[in-house]
Design a protein around this ligand. Structure first.
Ligand code: PEP
Ligand code: CO
Length: 419
């Protein structure tokens, strides 16, 4: 090499783009690419925000705030869920149907966390297996609705309550107008809840911690909280996120969002999910076949499990990606008594029995429960033994929850069936 050649080389080195991309730039590009795909797809169940530019401003604001969860926490849950997938642990997902902003205070959060940990301990005591406790906590502020409007008390119609992250539950048309500033409040409340969840888990071994989860529903909240991790994009809005029964369209934005993040995710499966659709969902949401990455949360309703689950479970076992099977015996069993939304505990027990039986017959593993529950002694769900339920203590602004006695009955029933 002559002196001149080396000079030429030096010049080339300075001007050529580096061969290896800066990892940080690459990871940001991965997030951008994922979000481009999410944004390009139709998103079902988004509230009728009155002024879209206000929502865009909140989304931009959230994108500049710190993520709520960390990649390490998300990966810790992934490790715990891998144990569930292997049959070395069970999973208990539970909490309010809709969290309330004013409940994001330390004492109330601590009560919920301790309660969930107590139920997980009960599962461990009965089976010898640890239970991964996942609270519907720190972000369960958006609700999908069967009907976007409902009759207003003064005549005409008003928007349905879509969770505290969107509007207020009071039956007044003005309070029901979706307000995007509530998305920012949702972030602040989720942060306060997480602080308490972490405090309760501090110093505890992985299998004794409580993790948080919510439905990945509201795009202007979820998109800006997708963050670049060292190991790939993750949702910093939660540890575990699920896709609801109404938003699990394979070509929709919610599936793209859940597919883009490394968090463990779930998808609710109800009676209208065809076997091929569920197989396709497992492949989209767990393309690398990672054990514990994906939960299929079945919510058929007591009458439908035996008819619908066998074919779906068989198809997933044969052609799908690995999935952890979780039973939500709540959402397929809603009934009305007068004007009150409730659920019969007996229907839930029937659904749990059928879930365990169908999966066991197919040599698949019933791995846990997804419940709406509260430590408070509410009277929201009822027993068919009650001649005329009074609903004397009905506090939920959305779906009826199990009180402690009812929760223990449903969990004990599950444990009895799997043993
Ligand atoms: C929920 O979990 O509160 C819910 C709305 O569930 P699903 O999507 O199964 O109806
Ligand atoms: Co609910």
């Amino acid at each position: 090499m002559t002196h001149d050649d080396s000079a030429t080389l030096e010049v080339l080195c300075c001007c050529d783009p580096p061969e290896v991309l800066d990892p940080a730039a690459y990871r940001d590009a991965a997030v951008t690419e994922a979000l481009t795909e999410v944004t390009a797809r139709p998103a079902a169940q988004q509230p009728p925000w009155p002024h879209p530019f206000e929502v865009d401003a909140v989304e931009a604001e959230l994108s500049e705030l710190p993520g709520l969860t960390t990649e390490d926490e998300v990966d810790d849950l992934a490790r715990a869920m891998a144990l569930v997938a292997r049959g070395d642990a069970l999973v208990l997902q539970g909490g309010d149907c809709a969290e309330r902003f004013h409940e994001a205070v330390p004492d109330l959060v601590r009560r919920k966390v301790d309660y969930l940990q107590g139920l997980a301990a009960m599962m461990r005591a009965a089976t010898g297996l640890p239970s991964v406790a996942v609270g519907r906590l720190a972000g369960q502020y958006g609700k999908p609705r069967s009907s976007p409007y409902e009759p207003a008390p003064t005549g005409g119609r008003m928007a349905a309550y879509c969770g505290d992250g969107v509007n207020a539950p009071e039956a007044e048309p003005a309070r029901r107008v979706p307000d995007p500033r509530r998305l920012r409040t949702a972030y602040d409340c989720a942060r306060a809840v997480l602080r308490e969840v972490r405090r309760a888990s501090r110093g505890k071994p992985l299998m004794e911690r409580v993790h948080v989860a919510h439905e990945l529903l509201l795009m202007p909240y979820e998109r800006p909280l997708v963050r670049a991790g060292v190991r790939g994009p993750f949702s910093a809005s939660t540890h575990f996120g699920w896709i609801g029964e109404r938003t699990r369209d394979l070509g929709g934005a919610h599936v793209a969002l859940a597919a883009a993040v490394r968090n463990p995710v779930g998808v609710k499966i109800g009676p209208t999910a065809a076997p091929d659709d569920v197989v396709a969902l497992t492949l989209a949401l767990n393309p690398d076949g990672v054990p514990g990455k994906l939960c299929l949360i079945t919510r058929y309703g007591a009458a439908d499990v035996d008819r619908s689950l066998p074919e779906v479970a068989r198809a997933v076992a044969r052609r799908g990606a690995p999935a952890v099977w979780v039973c939500d015996p709540m959402h397929g069993n809603g009934i009305k008594v007068g004007d009150v939304k409730t659920r019969l505990v007996e229907d839930m027990l029937t659904e749990v029995s059928s879930f365990v039986r169908v999966l066991t017959e197919l040599r698949l593993r019933p791995s846990g429960l997804h419940l709406e529950l509260t430590p408070d002694p509410v009277t929201e769900c009822v027993s068919s033994q009650e001649a005329e339920p009074l609903f004397a203590d009905y506090r939920s602004t959305c779906d009826p929850r199990l009180n402690p006695e009812q929760s223990v009955a449903v969990i004990a029933h599950f444990l009895d069936r799997i043993s």
